[in-house]
Write a protein that binds this ligand. Structure first.
Ligand code: NAP
Length: 245
């Protein structure tokens, strides 16, 4: 039985990943920050879709110790851990000249440092088993840049670099580490953007539409599969053709 921890699985992309892996029969640790009720609903649906074992775990990833402890709690609840999806993330958008230190620090902490901590603990467990799958949810803006998001872009570009480094460090131990870079995906994170901003994004997307969380989950499901063992250190864009390559 495969065993996965998905951070930020109470809604949006994390929820879709949890439900997709439930259909594959994974045992799941569904992590949430504040929305316990929503995480319980995801757990209920995951059980219905075929997950044999589901744990719901809360942790504020802005707290260093909570992020490290989360991995061990997940492994304890599931009887091991072979898959980690670092999905939780936040934005605090503003122009650089108005960006406060706390806006910078919170975004770097939630999006990058927490992934460093969970990955460090997960790799220790995966090394013993000589098998592991780690997927980091980055963003196309980590490749392209985006005005008003210096903190967010830096965190996602950092996550892509972190992915490449750790992939090389543990490739010989049967552990793969890849990133998925979504474009504009319809979730609560993007719901609140002003209409004119959404229109401007849409005009740039070759597919002519925004993406769905399930479309990101599909790529994650492949990357965590045993079949993807020779795909390592990559960043796969799920963006309707937005990012140039
Ligand atoms: P979302 O709907 O805003 O959900 C964010 C998730 O992260 C929630 O489950 C939330 O938990 C959790 N979270 C946030 N802060 C946390 C904290 N301090 N401690 C613990 N958990 C925390 O976001 P989304 O759109 O699904 O995005 C998921 C990932 O994809 C993020 O990394 C985001 O940067 C990335 N992404 C999204 C898009 C997009 O267009 N939506 C594009 C590119 C990349 P609670 O609700 O329980 O607090």
């Amino acid at each position: 039985m495969r065993k996965a921890l998905i951070t930020g699985a109470s809604r949006g992309i994390g929820r879709a990943i949890a439900l997709r892996l439930a259909r594959e029969g994974f045992a799941l640790a569904i992590h949430y920050g504040k929305n316990r009720e929503k995480a319980e609903e995801v757990a209920e649906e995951a059980r219905r879709l075929g997950s044999p074992l589901v744990a719901v775990l809360g942790a504020n990833l802005l707290e260093a110790e909570a992020a490290s402890a989360l991995v061990h709690q997940a492994a304890e609840a599931l009887g091991g851990l072979d898959t980690l999806v670092n999905n939780a993330g936040i934005t605090r958008d503003t122009l650089l000249v108005r960006m406060k230190d706390e806006d910078w620090e919170a975004v770097l902490e939630a999006n990058l440092s927490s992934a460093f901590r969970t990955t460090r603990e997960a790799v220790k467990l995966m090394m013993k088993a000589r098998f592991g799958r780690i997927v980091n949810i980055a963003s196309v803006v980590g490749l392209l840049g985006n005005p008003g998001q210096a903190n967010y872009v830096a965190s996602k570009a950092g996550l892509i670099g972190f992915t490449r480094a750790v992939a090389k460090e543990y490739a010989a131990r049967g552990i793969t580490v890849n990133a998925v870079a979504p474009g504009f995906i319809e979730t609560e994170m993007t719901e609140g953007l002003p209409e004119e901003v959404k229109k401007a994004y849409l005009a740039q997307i070759p597919a002519g539409r925004f993406g769905k969380p399930e479309e990101v989950a599909e790529v994650v499901a492949f990357l965590v599969s045993e079949a993807a063992g020779y795909v390592n250190g990559q960043t796969i864009c799920v963006d309707g053709g937005l990012a140039p390559h």
